[in-house]
Design a protein around this ligand. Structure first.
Ligand code: FAD
Length: 368
C-alpha cells in the first residue's frame, strides 16, 4: 500500500485513493483549483472519525491542514473566534474554555476537526455546535471562489447541514460566537436572571443531583458507584464553572466510550430516527416499551439502540463487524473488516429495522 495515499479512519478499514492532497494554505487551495485539480467530485476528509471509506477511492481526496485560531471581535459580553478547519476540535474547545469563553465545554473530547463540526453539527450532553456557529467560511471547488455562510444558511439540524448536499463546498474556517459571562449557560438552563435566589436553587439542585448520581451498594461488599444518568442536568447548572464541566465530560467520555486507538469504531453509527407524533403514538400502541427522546413539539426521536436490540443485532458479530451489546448503535471493527464489509452490515441492519418497524434507520457516518 502506498501510505501517502492512505485514507486514515477511526474504523480502521484499509483504504487508498488515487491522490491525497493536504491543504496547508488558502494560496495552495487557489493554486490547485486554478490548475483544474479540484471540483465537486473531489472527496473531503477531516480526521476520519466519522467516515467509512471503500477500499479504493478512484479520485482525489483533500484534507485541511489550516490551523490558525484568531479572535475577530471582542466585546464586553461575547467574542467571535475564527478557527481553521484543520484544527483538532478538542484542542479548540480546550483553548476556548481555558481562555474563559463559554459554550463548547459539553462538546469536549469529540474526536475530529473544526471543519467537520458544522457538517455533522456535532452534539453531546444536550448541546449542539449549531448554537455557537456564527459563520462558516467556504471555498467552492467548482467555481474557485470563496463564500461565507451564516448560521441560518447552513441549515444546521440533528447531525445534518447544508454541507451534506453541497459536496463542492470545502470549509476553510469556522467562526464561533462564545460568551464571556455566564449569560449563555443561563440561557441553556432556561433562566433569565441569575440572582441570589437562582444561586441557591442551583446549589440545592446540585446537591440533589449528586445524591441521585451516587449508588451505594452495601452487600456483599460496600461499594460506591456513580451513575451518569443525571449528567445532562448537572451540566446545565450555572454554578459549575466551564473548566469543571469540561473535566466532568472528559472523565465520563474516557470511561464510557470505546477509544478508536484500542478498537476501530466511529462512535454512533446510526442516527435516532425522528417520527411525527402521530406515527409515534401508533408505534407505542404496538410496542409500549419503545425507548424515545423528546425532539420538538411535533415529533420524537426513537432510540436507534432500541430498534437494533429489537431486531436482534445487539452483541452480534457479522462480516468482521461487532455490534456492541449495551449500545448496539456502536459498530466496531472485529478484525480485518473492509469498508465494503461494514457497508454490507449497515444495509442488513437498515433492512431489518425497515422490515420490522417500517422505520428508516439513517447512517450518521459518511460513506466515501
Ligand atoms: C469514539 C467516538 C466518539 C464520538 N462521539 C461523538 C459525539 O459525542 N457527538 C458527535 O456529534 N459525534 C461524535 N463522533 C463522530 C465524530 O467525532 C464527528 O462526526 C466529527 O465531527 C468527525 O470529525 P472528522 O474531522 O474526523 O471528520 P471526518 O470523519 O473526516 O468527516 C466527516 C464529514 O465531514 C466532511 N468534512 C470534513 N472536513 C471538511 C471540510 N474541511 N470541509 C467540508 N467538509 C468536511 C467530510 O467530507 C465528511 O462528510 C464520535 C466519533 C468517535 C470515533
Amino acid at each position: 500500500m502506498n501510505t501517502s495515499n492512505e485514507i486514515k479512519n477511526s474504523f480502521k478499514v484499509k483504504s487508498q485513493c488515487t491522490e491525497l492532497h493536504h491543504i496547508t494554505s488558502l494560496e495552495s487551495l487557489i493554486e490547485k483549483s486554478n490548475d483544474g485539480t479540484l471540483n465537486s467530485h473531489t472527496s473531503i476528509i477531516g480526521g476520519g472519525y466519522n467516515i467509512i471509506p471503500r477500499s479504493f477511492i478512484d479520485g482525489i481526496v483533500i484534507k485541511s491542514d489550516l490551523k490558525t485560531i484568531e479572535i475577530t471581535l471582542d466585546t464586553k459580553d461575547y467574542i467571535l473566534i475564527k478557527a481553521g478547519s484543520g484544527v483538532v476540535w478538542d484542542d479548540f474547545v480546550g483553548f476556548t474554555v481555558m481562555q474563559g469563553y463559554l459554550g463548547l465545554e459539553n462538546l469536549s473530547l469529540i474526536p475530529g476537526s473544526v471543519g467537520a463540526a458544522p457538517v455533522q453539527n456535532i452534539g453531546a450532553y444536550g448541546v449542539e455546535a449549531s448554537t455557537f456557529i456564527h459563520t462558516v467560511h467556504c471555498f467552492n471547488l467548482d467555481t474557485g471562489t470563496f463564500l461565507d455562510l451564516t448560521n441560518e444558511q447552513c441549515a444546521l439540524g440533528y447531525r445534518s447541514s447544508i454541507f451534506k448536499s453541497r459536496p463542492e463546498l470545502f470549509i476553510t474556517h469556522v467562526t464561533f460566537r462564545l460568551c464571556k459571562s455566564n449569560l449563555l449557560v443561563k440561557e441553556l438552563a432556561n433562566s433569565a436572571h441569575y440572582n441570589k435566589l437562582e444561586f441557591l436553587k442551583d446549589s440545592a439542585r446540585l446537591i440533589q443531583l449528586s445524591f441521585k448520581s451516587i449508588n451505594l451498594k452495601l452487600l456483599p461488599k460496600p461499594k460506591i458507584k456513580f451513575s451518569f444518568n443525571c449528567v445532562r442536568d448537572i451540566l446545565k447548572l450555572c454554578i459549575i464553572p466551564a473548566r469543571i464541566k469540561r473535566k466532568l465530560v472528559i472523565y465520563i467520555r474516557t470511561r464510557t466510550l470505546h477509544s478508536p486507538d484500542k478498537i476501530g469504531n466511529c462512535g454512533c453509527f446510526f442516527k435516532c430516527p425522528i417520527l411525527p407524533s402521530a406515527s409515534f403514538r401508533t408505534l407505542k400502541d404496538i410496542y409500549p416499551d419503545v425507548e424515545w427522546f423528546e425532539h420538538d413539539s411535533n415529533s420524537v426521536k426513537i432510540s436507534a439502540c432500541w430498534l437494533m436490540k429489537n431486531t436482534n443485532w445487539s452483541g452480534k458479530t457479522f462480516n468482521n463487524v461487532r455490534i456492541e451489546s449495551k449500545r448496539p448503535v456502536v459498530l466496531m471493527n472485529a478484525g480485518d473488516a473492509t469498508g465494503e464489509d461494514v457497508l454490507h452490515v449497515m444495509d442488513k441492519i437498515q433492512q431489518d429495522v425497515k422490515n420490522k418497524f417500517n422505520i428508516s434507520l439513517e447512517a450518521e457516518i459518511v460513506v466515501l
